[in-house]
Design a protein around this ligand. Structure first.
Ligand code: PRP
Length: 213
């Protein structure tokens, strides 16, 4: 796989993902282009995350003859973390159009940086699903850790998380608290500032996607 790997952390670092990161990070990138680049980043990250999915043999007929083919060996559930995760959903569904979609609504309290849950709508039982969490940013890891705890309550046991940019401290936290989960990120930034924003990061993904700057 392109990029670097450390345990369950996969840094998807190759020319195309670097180019999209440059667009996402640039403060001159306006809402429309930012949304487009985030969608394209989701395509790249889904392509990487699906490499870990087992496939099974299916018998099919081509126009010429019967043959064997490989298909993903189970249902997929995409889980965008509202709001910013919605910016990756369309791209993910372009590659996995049969996927179920569940939603987790969390925002980070600006004073405390703690996650506040306001909406959950997931399939009743996630056992047997390949669950893919979508969120452009992993900062302190508080939102993602709460999301993963919720998904496990619903029975999820195969989970991958996709992020455009992650901060080292947040990655350390979620890998310690959720050791069986895999994380795919196009960039791994070293630090958080005093407001728990990723530095250099890309700003606030939700605000840039939806024009609420
Ligand atoms: C952002 C981001 C993550 C979270 C990361 O969402 O999309 O969900 O913050 O921060 P953490 O790792 O420190 O928890 P935000 O709270 O800004 O909400 P929004 O998506 O509605 O804009």
């Amino acid at each position: 796989m392109p990029g670097t790997e450390s345990g369950n952390v996969h840094v998807v670092d190759e020319p195309l993902s670097r180019h999209k990161m440059a667009v996402l990070r640039d403060e001159r990138t306006h809402q429309r282009e930012f949304r487009q680049a985030m969608r394209e980043m989701a395509l790249i990250l889904v392509g990487e995350a699906t490499r870990r999915m087992p496939t099974r043999t299916a018998s099919i007929n081509t126009p010429l003859t019967e043959t064997k083919a490989q298909e993903i060996a189970g249902p997929v559930c995409l889980v965008p973390v509202l709001r910013a995760g919605l910016g990756m959903l369309d791209g993910a569904l372009a590659l996995l159009p049969e996927a179920t979609v569940g939603f987790v609504g969390l925002f980070r309290d600006e004073q405390t940086a703690q996650p506040v849950e306001y909406y959950v709508n997931l399939p009743g039982n996630l056992e047997g699903y390949f669950v893919i969490v979508l969120d452009p940013m992993l900062a302190t890891g508080g939102s993602l850790s709460a999301t993963l705890t919720k998904l496990k309550e619903y029975g999820a046991d195969w989970i991958s998380c996709l992020h455009a940019v992650s901060a080292g401290p947040g990655v350390d936290r979620v890998t310690a608290e959720h050791p069986g989960v895999h994380f795919y990120t196009a960039a791994l930034d070293p630090e958080l500032d005093e407001n728990a924003f990723i530095v250099p990061g890309l700003g606030d993904a939700g605000d840039r996607l939806y024009g609420t700057l």
